[in-house]
Design a protein. Structure first.
Ligand code: MOS
Length: 748
């Protein structure tokens, strides 16, 4: 036990402080912002995926009612690329700013933008802009990676031992190819940019998971100093990685506002969401595993290819967790890119690890079948002592306990391994398991805390709450440190003008920002104690700050409860409205040689029911055990895992962006045809957190839970499908057609 373990607020399930604003409609999302004189922009999107614009005729559109301007390559004004930068700065998904040239590289690429008094007028006029193309045959279809794995020369991502020799001499071996189709992020909140320009400064209301990066990027793109750009994202209707880095609509809205000296709103339509704001690429992976008959791994090779766009190199990094998941003397991970005529892919929840673990954990299940070994036992038998790729210890790894606790909660001991051998209520049951991991890290962060005479506190940071609960946990941290109740703590986020805060990505925000807030709260306390000993009329006048402590929002002599004076009283005596403290914390990236291997871990157990008479497959139950360090607020943490599991059901059974090979267009570009898991598809979900603090990462021992819950779910489900039906689906999503050979339908 430590001071934090005994906290009355850290680790205690706490309602979201932003909940009332959200359910009452008072929370302002980007597109909710409106200003006098606001104009609406609607882009003209390319209807070919490869070629060039031969002619753009805006004459008719320009005369339509309400149209203020039509911008294109010839008249948009200067938009620049961002220079190369190190670390987590100046990141943009498409390095080419909109309208830079006349070349079309993907379907939906913006080629002009109409600005009008209403969104309907802008859209109507955009449809009347006549574009003549020089067409070429695009390289884009639903099987983006092609087959076999022949693309740009693959890179070696991780290597140890002699994998080729070990595979050649293997006693037991599995060798299979797994594929994942392109998946499109579909947050309910559409991407949107509202740009306000006052002749010098841009204020941009954005859908951003990283307001500070967005500011820095847009300053470069617009060619102005960062002080002349402010980016605001108070609330985000989720992002899943699609809103991490700026997309072209932001530059367009800002350029239109600059040109017209009027506020401009550009909301990306759902159709455009499938074209111009990223997606998880299609991925093909070959997994080769070799083992001794007792299940000890002797070799592991993973070769992956993901599609990227024509100009940008998006690497999905499917080997993210492979090198340290299991103990094996021989390992090789390679990755390659397949260049296609599509918009650039980007990070989608658990990039790299999530698709990587679908393949790796499917491979482990297939190996368990070959060995006739329990798949939980196979994983336990291959648990590494250290990170064998970096040859350093793990900071805190409880993978075995995830597996054994999950097995117990799920009732795994009752599993009979034979295919189709388990039944309940007339349904065939399938039980599958997968292990998972996700990287843990910290990025630099700054924050400020103010203690106010009215008895409240204010904590500010230029990070943002993307729906995961950041507002609430920062209030909890300040409450823990000061004794001020959460209800009296005002958390201010989502503004690039605040102290520089981290990206809400990588599941790093909690680990990154909490030390800075803790530091800021402690510095604010120092100033408060100084005010207590220095102010005339203070009962503590003349004492040393070291004689005092700050407990339950009161200043007192150490250990002397009867001497306590409320913070508000001290500040009133001192005649100041508030005292404040600044806090700062360092990142873990860029260390020359890391001392520890930082990751979160988990185990996913899935149950499917299979009704062969009507070929009906359902995911009925998921038990998930997560080792993600200390959990600051179990309530939203559980939400994160539950949401991720539902997303995993979608990944396994439904999600797939289909591209038309003739036009390169994503054709199921709407929420009716792009199928996602909904409430009716949601299994019973049992979430357990092991709650081992990881003090090597962070003074609070926290790691983060945004992505780990999705990792491994798809493999657990397809392994359960195999257990129920005997059919191993290696190409996601599982289609009912895949299972028809095992259906026993009588068709009259
Ligand atoms: Mo996450 S894909 O880093 O938003």
């Amino acid at each position: 036990m430590d001071e934090i373990s005994e906290s009355k607020i850290i680790g205690v399930a706490t309602r979201r402080i932003d909940g009332p604003l959200k359910v009452s409609g008072a929370a302002m999302y980007a597109s909710d912002h409106s200003f006098p004189g606001l104009l609406y922009a609607w882009p003209v999107c390319a209807t070919i995926a490869k070629g060039s614009v031969a002619r753009l005729d805006t004459a008719e559109a320009g005369k339509m009612t309400g149209v203020a301007a039509i911008y294109h390559r010839a008249n948009i004004g200067n938009l620049y690329r961002v220079p190369p930068a190190a670390g987590f700065s100046l990141i943009i998904d498409e390095k080419r700013p909109p309208f830079e040239d006349d070349v079309i590289r993907y379907y939906g690429q913006y080629i002009a933008v109409v600005v009008a008094n209403t969104v309907e007028q802008a859209r109507a006029a955009a449809e009347r802009v006549k574009v003549t193309y020089n067409r070429e045959k695009p390289d884009a279809d639903s099987k983006m990676t092609g087959s076999p794995l022949t693309t740009d020369k693959p890179d070696e991502k991780s290597k140890r031992g002699d994998t080729a020799a070990a595979l050649r001499s293997a006693k037991v071996k599995v060798d299979n190819v797994y594929s994942i189709p392109a998946e499109t992020h579909n947050p309910i909140e559409l991407h949107a940019s509202v740009a306000v320009y006052d002749g010098q400064k841009f204020t941009l209301y954005e859908t951003s998971q990283a307001v500070v990066n967005h500011r820095d990027v847009l300053a470069q793109v617009l060619g102005v100093p960062p002080e002349q750009v402010q980016v605001i994202t108070r609330f985000l209707g989720s992002g899943f990685g699609g809103k991490l880095w700026p997309w072209p609509q932001s530059a367009l809205a800002a350029a239109c506002a600059r040109n017209l000296n009027r506020p401009v709103k550009l909301v990306v339509s759902r159709q455009m969401m499938f074209q111009t704001v990223g997606h998880r690429p299609a991925i093909e992976q070959r997994i080769q595993l070799a083992a001794e008959p007792d299940g000890k791994l002797t070799a592991l090779q993973q070769d992956y290819v993901n599609h990227t766009s024509i100009l940008d190199d998006y690497d999905e990094g499917c080997g993210e967790v492979t090198p340290f998941m299991y103990s094996t003397p021989n390992l090789l991970v390679t990755g390659g890119l397949a260049r296609r005529n599509v918009g650039n892919p980007t990070a989608m929840r658990g990039p790299g690890a999530v698709p990587g673990l679908f393949a790796l954990e499917s491979g482990m299940d297939e190996l368990a079948v070959s060995l006739k070994m329990d798949p939980v036992q196979l994983r336990l038998n291959n648990e590494p002592e250290i990170d064998e790729s970096l040859r350093i210890p793990f900071s805190s790894r409880h993978m075995k306990e995830c597996l054994t606790t999950g097995a117990e909660k799920f009732g795994w001991a009752n599993r009979t391994p034979e295919v189709g051998s388990m039944r309940r209520d007339g349904l065939t049951l399938g039980w599958g398991v997968a292990a998972c991991s996700w990287l843990a890290a910290r990025t630099e962060a700054e924050a400020s805390v103010e203690l106010r005479q009215d008895g409240t506190a204010r904590v500010a940071c230029g990070t943002q709450d993307i729906g995961g609960g950041t507002y609430t946990i920062l209030a909890q941290i300040v409450s823990h440190e000061t004794g001020i109740p959460v209800s009296k703590i005002n958390v201010v986020l989502g503004d690039s003008a605040l102290p520089s805060g981290p990206i809400s990505g990588g599941s790093w925000v909690t680990a990154s920002v909490t030390p800075a807030v803790l530091d800021a709260a402690r510095n604010a306390r120092k100033t408060l104690l100084l005010a207590a000993v220095k102010s005339d009329n203070s009962p503590f006048k003349g004492k040393k700050p070291d004689d005092l402590e700050f407990v339950d929002a009161m200043v007192r002599l150490k250990g002397q409860a009867q001497s306590a004076v409320p913070m508000s009283e001290i500040l009133r005596i001192a005649k100041v409205s508030s005292v404040s403290g600044a806090g700062k914390s360092q990142g873990t990236f860029g260390a020359a040689k890391p001392e520890f291997s930082f990751h979160s871990y988990g185990a996913q157990f899935a149950e499917v029911t299979w009704q062969s008479e009507i070929a009906r497959l359902r995911v009925s139950r998921v038990v998930t055990v997560i080792d993600a360090g200390r959990i600051i607020n179990p309530r939203p943490a559980q939400n994160q895992i539950e949401g991720a599991v539902v997303m995993g059901v979608g990944m396994a059974l439904f999600e797939e962006t289909i591209y038309d090979s003739r036009s390169g267009a994503p054709i199921n570009n709407n929420l009716a045809d792009y199928v996602m898991a909904v409430n009716a598809d949601t299994p019973q979900i049992d979430v357990t957190f092991l709650d081992y603090p990881d003090y090597k990462l962070n003074p609070l021992g926290v790691r983060g839970v945004g992505e780990i819950g999705l990792a491994g779910v798809a493999a657990a489900i397809t392994s359960a499908v195999y257990h129920a039906t005997g059919i191993r689906v290696r190409d996601l999503p599982v289609r009912i057609e895949d299972l028809l050979p095992m259906a026993k339908m009588s068709i009259a």
